[in-house]
Design a protein around this ligand. Structure first.
Ligand SMILES: *[C@@H]1O[C@H](CO)[C@@H](O)[C@H](O)[C@H]1NC(C)=O
Ligand SMILES: *[C@@H]1O[C@H](CO)[C@@H](O)[C@H](O)[C@H]1NC(C)=O
Ligand SMILES: *[C@@H]1O[C@H](CO)[C@@H](O)[C@H](O)[C@H]1NC(C)=O
Ligand SMILES: *[C@@H]1O[C@H](CO)[C@@H](O)[C@H](O)[C@H]1NC(C)=O
Ligand SMILES: *[C@@H]1O[C@H](CO)[C@@H](O)[C@H](O)[C@H]1NC(C)=O
Length: 766
């Protein structure tokens, strides 16, 4: 028997124990949110043997208008009488599960997640299998965190905007400047995140989101910010540069969501344009999912852009344009009044929440407790596993780009180097390595730690931080003058390039350049320059400095970046990354306003154009640049015939009249393809990875790009190994260009295929 007093004491202890458990778990809930728990499972929408469409309809018809409006915002409302808890839509997983966004947190239960390299470096690997593999690991860790109540199921990643201008602070988040690479990255990463083991396209492991639709690539430059910027974009640039990654993300990646951006495009806020939203994403590309606004684009539309007279109009116009979900609270506040004012009926609201609900159904949110479901057994033990962390290291190795390597320089010999001087503001950084939209990583290996694992090091940062107002040159010079070799690790961090922070110039910040040249001059041994940055840098001085024998670009290499850098420097890994964007000289940004969206050059004004597809001026380093410790030779094993004829109807005008291009209909495109086979041989002494780039230069009609990437393939070859790489070139798809009004055309005349130094010319004719 327990006395009254003891009972009180007992209860008090239980209370303390609960409190203590709550406390050591970081005060966070331990169970995931879900609907249709036992007791609530008699509702039709809870019946998982019914089709999702029927379940959605059943749910929507049970809701009042006010309840429906609660499902238009990221912090979705709860409906207790139906057993539906509040759901937070906003989670992020750009390159690992992130704490940005209120839907995801770390706690003592899951203190960190695998932090992969920032996307621009992963893109440099040009390895589509790697993009997918990273997505799979991230979604596994996300599900594991969801199961213990620490993460949502809807992740607003990836960012697939074209990296149009080197100054853009968010360029680091993107896969670079090329529409094909961006498309392959976006659809690959999305598949990795979303696909379940059942491969049923109607089930989702987690829901991804391709953002920011569209022509969004300016944050804050000389007083112009993303909330006020009107991107003036030609139809042609829209269709062959800005839109292709989104199209591929929806069609090839089958993404569950697209996010509209803050900026206007040709005068219309992207979240208010029915043509670009409902017209293109929903109707033309047939998005299976929801359209979400940036946070909070509708508020920006009303309060900053003054696009509508009243907030009710802004609410109505966005929903009618195709918006389903509002990141923010604007629709929660103003949609009811918009209906009352007659600006909106209930039908488009039903459409919007139906798209949102359908996504949650596909995720299993309405299937009861996840512990009984497909991913229900995942938990903290599945986060930061050795295999996952190894993939983060592997991704950094595969992305690192060797830009300069004077004969016989790298790799350094770990036995001959007895002491290594390690210099520079980024030499021993942790958080800098993971860039933005980061999470808490499992652990860090800094460059200094990575290098010290192989040889004895002496460290002298030379600058207090990347801003490097005053370089402390003397100490660094002394260390370099005594060591057998010197590694200088410099570059940017989020204080220089970030969201809401575009760069003004392309130089290394502050006195970094001074530090480098002085240390290089004072060094006893070879000098290796390592640049950590998202955007390209004006480093012509280092390229031309004979004392600097090697230059590496390492992006923001993720939690294991330091180990990857050391592996490359000491030859435990043969570098194989290639630049996914042009490195322009400083004079480019002095001449070109960041606000000019045109990709194509304009001889009348001297505007030089953008990206390797159009810009013909001087570069510091070019798109696709990247060296190996080996040498790879290409041989054309099978090429297209020198003439490719397009079979046209006898009455076609181009039989009687000279045409410069053809608009091909679908029936022409069948069987109008040919093989290109390349034999690639590693003629060097080290085994290694190598990316084969197949470019095409079309005839110069319709302001076509001077060349564009038609395909790429990453292979791995042992020394003296040889492999046949096969491409299928589809005349309609791969050789066409977009004309001035956005139509696909195939130029008639001479086309040239390029692979490395190899060229093959052929005519396309009628
Ligand atoms: C679920 O739906 C199926 C198919 O219509 C039906 O046979 C079954 O009785 C339903 N289950 C419940 C619990 O209502
Ligand atoms: C649904 O679950 C909630 C919360 O557990 C409960 O309050 C409610 O009564 C349940 N409704 C039904 C119809 O079982
Ligand atoms: C390098 O950074 C690590 C991690 O922040 C820190 O523990 C270590 O003390 C630093 N090393 C030096 C020599 O400053
Ligand atoms: C390089 O160092 C030498 C002395 O070792 C000095 O005479 C020379 O001025 C230095 N050059 C530069 C460019 O700093
Ligand atoms: C591409 O990445 C995958 C996944 O990490 C890896 O297994 C494969 O070896 C890589 N390919 C090359 C050629 O490096």
């Amino acid at each position: 028997m327990v006395s009254q007093e003891n009972r009180v004491f007992y209860l008090y202890s239980v209370f303390l124990l609960c409190f203590f458990t709550f406390f050591i778990n970081g005060g966070l809930a331990q169970s995931p949110v879900f609907a249709c728990d036992v007791g609530n499972d008699s509702f039709g929408f809870c019946n998982s043997s019914l089709e999702i469409g029927l379940r959605v309809d059943d749910l929507v018809k049970r809701l009042t208008l006010q309840e429906k409006i609660g499902f238009l915002v990221n912090k979705a409302g709860a409906v207790t009488r139906l057993g539906i808890p509040s759901y937070e839509w906003w989670s992020e997983a750009l390159h690992g599960v992130s704490y940005v966004g209120p839907g995801t947190r770390f706690s003592s239960v899951v203190p960190g997640a695998t932090s992969f390299p920032q996307v621009i470096l992963t893109a440099a690997s040009f390895n589509v299998s790697l993009f997918i593999a990273i997505g799979k690991v991230v979604s596994t860790e996300a599900r594991a965190m969801h199961n213990v109540g620490l993460a949502g199921l809807t992740f607003w990643s990836p960012n697939i905007n074209i990296f149009r201008d080197p100054r853009w602070g968010r360029g680091q988040e993107t896969p670079g400047e090329d529409p094909l690479l961006s498309s392959k990255y976006g659809s690959g990463y999305v598949k990795g995140l979303q696909q379940t083991e059942s491969d049923d396209p109607n089930r989702l492991k987690v829901a991804a989101c391709c953002k920011h639709y569209t022509a969004y690539d300016l944050d804050n430059w000389k007083g112009v910010d993303r909330y006020h910027f009107n991107a003036v974009v030609t139809k042609q640039d829209m269709d062959d540069t800005y839109q292709p990654p989104f199209k591929s993300c929806v069609i090839d990646g089958n993404v569950a969501s697209v996010m509209c951006s803050y900026n206007k495009v040709n005068g219309v806020p992207t979240c208010a344009g029915p043509d670009l939203l409902a017209g293109v994403i929903r109707d033309k590309w047939e998005l299976n999912g929801y359209i979400v606004t940036d946070c909070d684009s509708i508020d920006v539309m009303y309060n900053s852009q003054h696009y509508t007279k009243t907030p009710e109009e802004a609410a109505a116009i966005s929903i009618l344009a195709g918006v389903d979900l509002n990141c923010g609270s604007f629709l929660g506040q103003h949609t009811g009044a918009a209906v009352k004012a007659g600006l909106l009926t209930e039908a488009p609201i039903d459409r919007a929440i139906s798209n949102n609900f359908a996504t949650l159904f596909r995720l299993g949110f309405f299937d009861g407790n996840p512990s009984t479901q497909l991913y229900g057994k995942l938990g903290p033990k599945d986060v930061c596993t050795p295999a996952n962390q190894e993939l983060a290291l592997e991704a950094a190795r595969q992305g690192i780009v060797l830009l300069k390597n004077s004969k016989g320089s790298l790799p350094l010999s770990p036995t001959k180097i007895k002491s290594l001087a390690v210099i520079g503001p980024n030499a021993n950084v942790t958080k800098t390595m993971i860039g933005n939209y980061e999470g808490t990583p499992c652990k860090y290996t800094t460059p200094l730690q990575g290098l010290t694992a192989y040889v004895q090091t002496v460290y002298s940062p030379g600058c207090a931080n990347v801003a490097c107002k005053t370089a402390q040159v003397d100490g660094a010079k002394k260390v370099a003058s005594e060591a057998d070799a010197t590694v200088i690790i410099v570059g940017d961090d989020l204080s220089i390039e970030a969201e809401s922070l575009d760069r003004i110039d392309l130089y290394l910040p502050g006195q970094q350049q001074l530090l480098i040249t002085q240390v290089a001059n004072a060094s006893k041994g070879p000098v290796i320059l390592v640049i950590m940055s998202g955007g390209g840098m004006e480093v012509s001085f280092a390229k031309d400095d004979p004392k600097i024998i090697s230059i590496l670009w390492v992006g923001y290499p993720g939690e294991a970046g330091g180990a990857a850098i050391a592996d490359v420097i000491f030859g435990y890994f043969n570098p194989c990354g290639r630049l996914p964007m042009t490195w322009y000289p400083q004079e480019f940004v002095e001449k070109v306003p960041m606000t000019n969206m045109n990709m194509r050059p304009d001889p009348a004004t001297g505007y030089p154009g953008r990206s390797y597809r159009f810009y013909a001026g001087k570069t510091v380093y070019a798109f696709g640049d990247g060296l190996s410790y080996s040498k790879f030779n290409h041989r054309l094993a099978k090429a297209p015939p020198t003439q490719v004829s397009v079979p046209l109807d006898e009455r076609h005008v181009c039989h009687s009249q000279l045409c410069e291009s053809l608009e091909l209909s679908d029936n022409h495109c069948e069987n109008l393809a040919f093989d290109v086979h390349l034999s690639v041989k590693n003629v060097g002494e080290m085994s290694g990875g190598h990316t084969v780039f197949l470019y095409s230069s079309p005839p110069s009609v319709h302001n076509a790009p001077k060349k564009h990437l038609l395909g790429f393939e990453k292979i791995y070859l042992a020394s003296q190994g040889e492999e046949l790489v096969k491409f299928i070139v589809d005349v309609c798809k791969d050789l066409s260009v977009v004309d001035e009004v956005g139509r696909k055309k195939v130029g008639l005349g001479l086309h040239v295929l390029h692979v490395g130094d190899l060229k093959h010319s052929f005519y396309v004719m009628v």
